[in-house]
Design a protein around this ligand. Structure first.
Ligand code: SAM
Length: 468
């Protein structure tokens, strides 16, 4: 069935925000997903997809804007993939996030009567990220309005963010409200330099062009890392660009580049070369110093990370006598953060470079009771590992969005710690895993923490206690 055969639904009232931040309406008991709307909007919708239980569509006309709406502050709102909730006031964003956690725990986790603590909002709602990745693209994305009004619409390069669902389209970003200075200045300088010097931007479809991606990391103690990814080697052009950057921004403490000739942009398997300064930056958190390499995971909202870790430690209820496992430890941030309150902490993670950073972070901070191991969780965390490293009294687990492998859940159940503190950036998979543990553990506390204002994302901490 082509689009022409699909109806336009008139005067549809958007009812609520559902999973993954999607706004929905109900049509004859069927769910209709409508992006870029908020509850209370009354709109006409062109249906683009029709299935047995749901439909999808886009707005063709707005009859009434919801009273909930607020004016988005960013000029790129609507086309850029980030900060999609700017049209909602922050207190409403928090309310919807809290609701999503509650829905997932009840519907998927089968958790009844759970008390959810009020979500902890982010004090900073702009410039809260310490890391951004921008993409170079030979053809700037043109908005519908630009095309309609004519003007200068000749192809021009862009350095910015992908347009959602369009892998080869990039919005040219002039100002991003996510990362503080000098992030905008560095990005705009590089773009202008490249245009002035005739350096080519990557053609994502045909894989041609020199400049590919730009990553900027900042830290609360003023250190700045810049990683420039290039598609091919051109030592002279690279040096000229990096020298110009170095001169313009003496604040850059780690200037790195990489030649990435793969089909995808991931740098985890690439050799990153240090051009100037250090091959890492430092961040400080809770009186500890953390070394962050170009491939290391580090929570992107440092100030909220501190609150997340404090809450995690509080819920772990440590007295100084416990053996704690910190599963999916990354660079060992949680493990090292809680170390002074435990007898010993075992961190496990599959990125070996992150484990090296974790060990170094322990050393830098004079922490002697943490041990770190690299490997896939489902392989490394088994009965014999637990026998060797002693049974955990407390397990802290912070898996990626997909949640934990069923084998890992089974091993945790066998290890039978008194408490499990489950930190997650996806409350749906978290609820699924909690349901698997439902016979042996009860949910005691649920604490959502907002790390990502103006998006539907959040972190959720759940404390589980052994029933018997
Ligand atoms: C959400 S991050 C948590 C990092 C850390 N707790 C922190 O706050 O910085 C999840 C981590 O799990 C790691 N990871 C993902 N899949 C894994 C697996 N199968 N086995 C071990 N570690 C894994 C990722 O590399 C990442 O560092």
């Amino acid at each position: 069935m082509g689009r022409r055969d699909k109806p336009i639904l008139e005067n549809v009232e958007i009812k609520k925000v559902a999973a993954e931040g999607k706004s929905i309406a109900y049509i004859d008991e069927k769910v209709l997903f409508v992006p870029n709307t908020v509850p209370g909007d009354i709109v006409d919708v062109q249906v683009t997809r029709k299935r047995k239980s749901f439909m999808e569509g886009y707005v063709t006309h707005v009859h009434t804007y919801s009273a909930l709406r607020t004016e988005p502050f960013c000029s790129h709102f609507g086309v850029c993939g980030g900060c999609k909730w700017q049209q909602l006031p922050y207190d409403k964003q928090l309310e919807f996030k809290q609701q999503e956690v509650m829905d997932n725990l009840q519907r998927i986790g089968k958790v009844e009567n759970s008390t959810i603590c009020p979500i902890i909002g982010s004090e900073k709602q702009k410039y809260y990220r310490n890391k951004l990745e921008f993409t170079f693209c030979s053809k700037r994305f043109l908005t519908y309005e630009e095309v309609k009004t004519g003007g200068d619409i000749a192809p021009s390069p862009a350095l910015g963010f992908h347009v959602p669902n369009l892998f080869d389209k990039v919005v040219d970003i002039e100002h991003c409200y996510l990362q503080s200075s000098p992030s905008n200045e560095i990005r705009n300088f590089i773009r202008q330099y490249a245009i002035d010097k005739g350096l080519t931007f990557f053609d994502i479809r045909n894989h041609t062009g020199f400049l590919r991606t730009l990553t900027i990391r900042t830290s609360s103690i003023g250190e700045v890392m810049v990683i420039l990814a290039l598609y091919y080697e051109d030592k002279a052009a690279t040096s000229r660009l990096l020298d110009a950057l170095k001169q313009e921004f003496p604040v850059i403490t780690s200037l790195l580049y990489v030649v990435n000739q793969k089909a995808n942009d991931s740098l985890t398997d690439q050799q990153i070369i240090c051009y100037h300064g250090n091959d890492h930056i430092f961040e400080e958190l809770g009186g500890l110093r953390f070394k962050i390499g170009p491939k290391s995971f580090y929570q992107t909202n440092s100030e909220q990370a501190y609150i997340l870790y404090q809450k995690t430690m509080e819920l772990a209820g440590l007295t100084g006598h416990e053996t704690v496992y910190d599963l999916y430890t990354g660079t060992g941030t949680i493990a090292n953060f809680i170390a002074s309150k435990a007898e010993k902490v075992i961190g496990i993670e599959y990125v070996s470079e992150a484990i090296e950073d974790a060990k170094e972070n322990a050393e830098i901070n004079g922490i002697r009771n943490t041990r770190f191991f690299a490997g896939d969780m489902k392989d490394i965390l088994n009965e014999s590992f637990i026998e060797t490293h002693s049974r955990p009294n407390v397990i802290i687990t912070d898996p990626p969005r997909a949640g934990m492998h069923a084998d890992v859940v089974a091993t945790i159940l066998k290890a039978s710690p008194q408490r499990i503190v489950y930190v997650s950036c996806n409350s749906a998979t978290q609820a699924r895993d909690i349901q698997l543990m439902g016979d042996a553990y009860r949910v005691v506390t649920v604490q959502p923490v907002d790390m990502f204002p103006h998006t539907h994302h959040l972190e959720n901490i759940v404390l589980l206690e052994r029933i018997v």
